[in-house]
Design a protein around this ligand. Structure first.
Ligand code: HDE
Length: 705
């Protein structure tokens, strides 16, 4: 058990074999009836047991996070690799050091009860309980952001949240106010490419990358500073679902991501990520054609590769959602020696926002004492009192300097792990302005577009057609087409085709870029995209990742009379590779195969759908196949797996079922890539495993580019 979990133990409560009590420890003899004046009479005010219970209930809710309200989290451990000391003195990054972590993933726009599968950015926030204090790496699953300056954040969020008059739509950016804002915010265009890409609909939280987004600093023992950008790389590869599937999952299982994270940890399939950094020497700060302080830019991995620092393993689910996942409070200003900030104006604003928001959400300045937020490094200072104070500070003094307590608590020098800010030289006039070095908004959007495969480009075009298709005001759609044309003319034309619109020329539409009255509008426009931006392989997800099929969810679709031999052989082969296999049948209970023992059915066609699985297998057995053919839900199961480009396999008579499905709206199924149909059933498992490893077979989709 790691140190943080041990520390949490003293706050854990378990009611098994215990008496029911009030909050004061009084045993309660009747929790079912309130105290009344006669059994048909009014309840009595003196019933303190009723009052305590109802009062506590009345106060159960706290404000949800203003952004990132919906989330799921897990405990784990981070283990540093051997080679980081040269770059940072942070203790948790020294060779072999193991640090407890608590990691919370989230969507951004939706409320706490919204679907996991919204098209949205995902938060990726990691709390490291280091020996030198808490370090929070509060990142996202996309490496850039919509805006360059924190002062625009409330506007961005107001635009994307449900519209204020009718609170519609929930957890969706596909509405007028979001695209209105975006269409006159050219700096968002790079991020828009990311959020319209498949990155916004991950297959699971375990298959997402994470990014610190801003440029931070590493400081080593000698005091040398370097710029760094943080990356989390999932060991299972980076994968997504398709948009139609995402929408169906939202109905079938809105907790899909949360459940997947929970289940995989319960099953002992612990999710893992490697943490890495792109390192830039201070003297190279200005060597790029973008500004390192601009959070709308990446450093292409081709220019600066990612150096791996260690591995995070999430290996324990929380005991209590509210106490842990809801009350965890992240903040960029939770920092340790060896790390520091930069002047990125988005980062600087965040430094203010996170404490402020916790004060509101968690109700006061003592949120660091809530068990999940407590540091494992000892905390001693002269801060006192406030709502819900837990600590009982001893002694006469609560000020510094003092003599009465012999100067305690002491300040720590650098050699005692004391934090000192990096002594960056700062020299400038006080101005409300944006650096000219932030002005190229389109080149990296084009870099992203260029780096996509045709399939990924098609998905971006479809996403934009969907989102802008939901926008009611035509001038917003047109303005968006103008923006897209600045990135790539073909992209704009393809989106325009779906909207029935020509790409207008910029002068046809009045662009109001929100330029302050006394500013030069040219400062707020972008330069055109550079012509030679090239592409970056690291940005595409559509490439062989060779990560195997571990934890992939596979449905075996069968009915009574299915071939016991084929079913068992497939199940065993898949499980040997670490996949999760579920038997799905027309009814729950037991399935009687043509040979061998009855098998437990894991889900019926009433509760299961292929969108909840990565692949589907139909074994032979005449009567099983005959039954399935009569079940529209079974046909739909395979048809949807086909539409969503998933691996499908059948053996023996199972192939007849695929033929039947092909006739019912799945044209070309049997000849498609990723469909394995073998009368010779022995080869099917191996081919199926290879196909699942490839995730999806996009050749089934109509390309738009
Ligand atoms: Fe946040 N963000 N953010 N953000 N953010 C919050 O803090 C904010 C930004 C991110 O699981 C809030 O505790 C401002 C970028 C994550 O608890 C709030 C700006 C990135 C989470 C806040 C940004 C993030 C938050 C709401 C622009 C990626 C969830 C609740 C200057 C690098 C953490 C809370 C969790 C949460 C403010 C932009 C990531 C209001 C002002 C860029 C993962 O403080």
């Amino acid at each position: 058990m790691n140190e943080k979990l041990k520390e949490l133990d003293k706050n854990r409560e378990d009611s098994i074999d215990q008496f029911l009590t009030t909050n004061q420890g009084l045993r309660v003899s009747d929790d079912q009836n309130s105290l009344k004046a006669g059994d048909r009479g009014p309840s009595l005010l003196e019933d303190f047991i009723l009052r305590e219970k109802i009062t506590h209930f009345d106060h159960e809710r706290i404000p949800e996070r203003v952004v990132h309200a919906r989330g799921a989290a897990a405990h784990g451990i981070f283990e540093a690799y051997d080679s980081n000391s040269e770059f940072t003195k942070a203790h948790f990054l020294q060779p072999g050091v193991k640090t407890p972590v608590f990691t919370r993933f989230s969507t951004v726009a939706g409320s706490r009860g919204s679907t996991d599968l919204a098209r949205d950015v995902r938060g990726f926030a990691v709390k490291f309980y280091t020996q030198e204090g808490v370090f929070d790496l509060v990142g996202n699953n996309m490496p850039v952001f919509f805006i360059q300056d924190a002062i625009k954040f409330p506007d961005l969020i107001h635009a994307v949240k449900p519209e204020p008059n009718n609170e519609i739509p929930q957890a969706a950016s596909a509405h007028d106010t979001f695209w209105d804002f975006i269409s006159i915010t050219p700096e968002s265009m790079h991020m828009i490419m990311w959020v319209m890409s498949d990155r916004a609909i991950p297959r699971s939280l375990r298959m997402m990358e994470g990014f610190g987004v801003h440029t931070f600093r590493f400081i080593n023992k000698e005091g040398k500073a370097r710029f760094v950008k943080f990356h989390w790389k999932p060991m299972l590869g980076v994968h997504s679902v398709v948009w139609d599937e995402a929408q169906l999952i939202s109905g079938r299982d809105p907790d899909f991501h949360r459940r997947d994270l929970w289940d995989s940890i319960e099953n002992g399939d612990f999710p893992e990520w490697e943490l890495g950094v792109q390192i830039v020497e201070e003297e190279d700060e200005h060597k790029f054609d973008f500004d390192l302080l601009d959070a709308t830019k990446i450093i292409p991995e081709e220019l600066v590769p990612v150096t791996k620092l260690g591995k995070m393993t999430l290996n324990r689910n929380p005991d209590n959602y509210f106490a842990e996942t809801e009350q965890v409070a992240f903040h960029l200003g939770h920092l340790v020696p060896g790390l520091d900030f930069t002047n990125d104006p988005l980062l600087q604003g965040r430094l203010f926002s996170y404490t402020d928001t916790q004060l509101k959400r968690l109700g006061g300045p003592n949120f660091h004492e809530i068990p999940i937020n407590r540091s494992v490094a000892p905390v001693h200072n002269n801060q006192r009192d406030g709502h819900m104070r837990q600590e009982i500070n001893k002694g006469q003094t609560s000020y510094s300097p003092n003599t009465i307590a012999k100067g305690c608590p002491f300040q720590a020098g650098q050699d005692m792990s004391g934090f000192t800010s990096y002594a960056e030289r700062v020299d400038g006039q006080k101005v409300r302005a944006r650096s000219k070095s932030f002005i190229d908004h389109y080149s990296q959007a084009l870099l992203f577009w260029n780096s996509m495969t045709d399939t990924e480009k098609t998905h971006i075009v479809k996403a934009l057609r969907f989102e802008l298709g939901k926008v009611k005001m035509e001038e917003i759609r047109k303005r968006m087409l103008i923006q897209l044309a600045q990135v790539d003319q073909k992209l704009a034309v393809l989106v325009g085709n779906g909207l029935g619109l020509q790409v207008p020329s910029a002068k046809d539409v009045q662009l109001n870029l929100g330029v302050p009255a006394d500013a030069d509008p040219a400062d707020y426009q972008s330069e055109p995209a550079k012509s030679d931006v090239g592409s970056s392989e690291a940005l595409s997800m559509d490439k062989p990742q060779n990560k195997g099929i571990k934890t992939r969810q596979i449905a075996i679709l069968a009915a009574d009379g299915a071939s016991g031999a084929q079913l068992t052989a497939m199940k065993e082969a898949l499980m040997a590779e670490g996949a999760m296999v579920k038997l799905v049948a027309p009814h729950l209970g037991m399935l009687k195969p043509d040979s061998g023992e009855a098998m437990k059915i894991d889900g019926s066609l009433q509760t299961e759908a292929s969108v909840l699985y990565d692949a589907v297998y139909v074994p032979g057995g005449q009567s099983s196949v005959d039954t399935l053919k009569q079940e529209p839900d079974a046909v739909r199961f395979v048809r949807e797996a086909f539409m969503h480009c998933k691996p499908i396999a059948a053996s023996g008579e199972g192939v007849d079922f695929l033929k039947a499905t092909e006739k019912m709206g799945a044209d070309g199924l049997l000849d498609s890539e990723g469909v394995i149909s073998g009368q010779n059933s022995d080869d099917v498992p191996q081919q199926f495993i290879e196909a699942i490893g490839k995730h999806r077979f996009w050749s089934r989709e109509k390309s738009l580019v």
